[in-house]
Write a protein that binds this ligand. Structure first.
Ligand SMILES: *Cc1c(COP(=O)(O)O)cnc(C)c1O
Length: 366
């Protein structure tokens, strides 16, 4: 049996260091807003090449708090439109509707799965105030094109970088490619905590300060509440664990790349469309996503050989009950992607034997 992801193996490889990090926090007697979070924020901002990092409770909150902070700063108002790719994970959209902003669903580029400038341009209106590209599966969106258009139109650019820790666009890392970025450290992400965690990165000091206050009951200073904030803090234990994991992120990205290169060179099934790799973008392979017209049959054939695959994602946000008002929308590119995508097993530490078995099984399927 080949699992989709062997998360236990990924984390057990660092067991001694993770246990030390936990012990350090336990013995410190200090569990919220302390030294570990402060150090992790510095380290992760440095890693991304961003001026500031604010640890928060999860990736959804990271995105949501960025939008909320722009509202507090007067840069966004209720009813403003935010252009977002229609084929994203629903969290991206939830962050927008939770703030009384209007998501405008744009079709992605069919080959890269990502939003590009042409897709944004099609959806521009007088109410457009922001664009939220998602670096889906670990490859950055067309940021050069999107940033140029955003500059021309005066739009905010907020990256959903939840799947793209370490991914690069023309030599710059995700998290420093727009005005602000939201990261998730959900355990299965490329930089994963041992629980929920997230972060905001930005070069805008004022925005970072407002996000930090909003995430801490709206308070910059204890018992002085400037905003009606929330409690969405990264805790010391997760920060300490993330500091260990961050040290190995680049090595793990190299392992993911080697695994992706193996699949790219081995899989030859003519019915399979392999993922596109752009040479201006350094892909970090959060997911290795192929396409096939008979996706469900292919998934079944692989399952019969003991190979676990997943679908990211089976139902697009506009077809969910949560957004019933959009259920009648027609987004053919997005809908075709959802019908055809299949994510193959890939994790740092996956053996060549395991990969070989996956490639062979894909090739021997119809
Ligand atoms: C995981 C993910 C999120 C949400 O992150 P959580 O930490 O689970 O809240 C948002 N957007 C995308 C694209 C994701 O993959």
């Amino acid at each position: 049996m080949i699992p989709f992801l062997d998360l236990k193996a990924v984390n057990m490889k660092r067991a001694a260091e993770l246990e030390n990090a936990f012990a350090r926090v336990l013995e410190s007697g200090w569990y919220i807003r302390g030294k570990e979070v402060e150090e992790f924020e510095k380290e992760f901002a440095g890693y991304c090449g961003a001026g500031h990092c604010v640890g928060v409770a999860n990736g959804l909150d990271a995105l949501s708090l960025i939008l909320r902070a722009y509202k507090e700063l007067g840069k966004l108002q209720d009813g403003d439109e935010v252009i977002v790719p229609a084929n994203t994970y629903i969290a991206t959209i939830l962050s927008i509707t939770a703030n009384n902003l209007v998501p405008v669903l744009a079709e992605p580029d069919d080959r890269s799965f990502n939003l590009d400038a042409a897709g944004v341009r099609e959806k521009l209106s007088a109410r457009t105030k922001a664009v939220m590209p998602v670096h889906l599966y670990g490859q950055t969106a067309d940021m050069a094109g999107i940033n140029a258009l955003a500059k021309e139109k005066g739009l905010l650019v907020i990256e959903d970088a939840a799947q793209a820790h370490g991914a690069e666009d023309n030599g710059k890392r995700a998290g420093a490619l727009g005005h602000a970025a939201g990261f998730s450290f959900y355990p299965g992400k490329n930089l994963g905590a041992l629980g929920d965690a997230g972060a905001v990165t930005t070069n805008d000091a004022e925005l970072a300060a407002v996000v930090r206050a909003l995430a801490n009951y709206g308070s910059h200073k204890k018992y002085e509440n400037v905003y009606q904030g929330v409690n969405s803090r990264l805790d010391e234990v997760q920060a300490a664990l993330l500091r260990v994991k961050l040290k190995y992120l680049d090595d793990e990205i190299l392992e993911r790349r080697a695994a992706a290169d193996f699949y790219l060179s081995r899989i030859a099934n003519p019915g399979v469309v392999l993922p596109q790799v752009k040479d201006t973008q350094a892909h970090v392979w959060h997911l290795f996503v192929i396409r096939h017209k008979n996706r469900d049959a292919l998934q079944k054939a692989l399952a019969e050989k003991g190979i676990q695959t997943l679908i990211h994602y089976p139902v697009p946000p506009h077809k969910q009950r949560a957004y019933a008002a959009w259920n009648g929308l027609s987004l053919p590119v997005t809908e075709r992607i959802h019908d055809q995508v299949l994510s193959l097993p890939l994790w740092p530490g996956m053996t060549e034997e395991q990969q070989s078995a996956v490639a062979q099984a894909v090739d021997s399927a119809a």
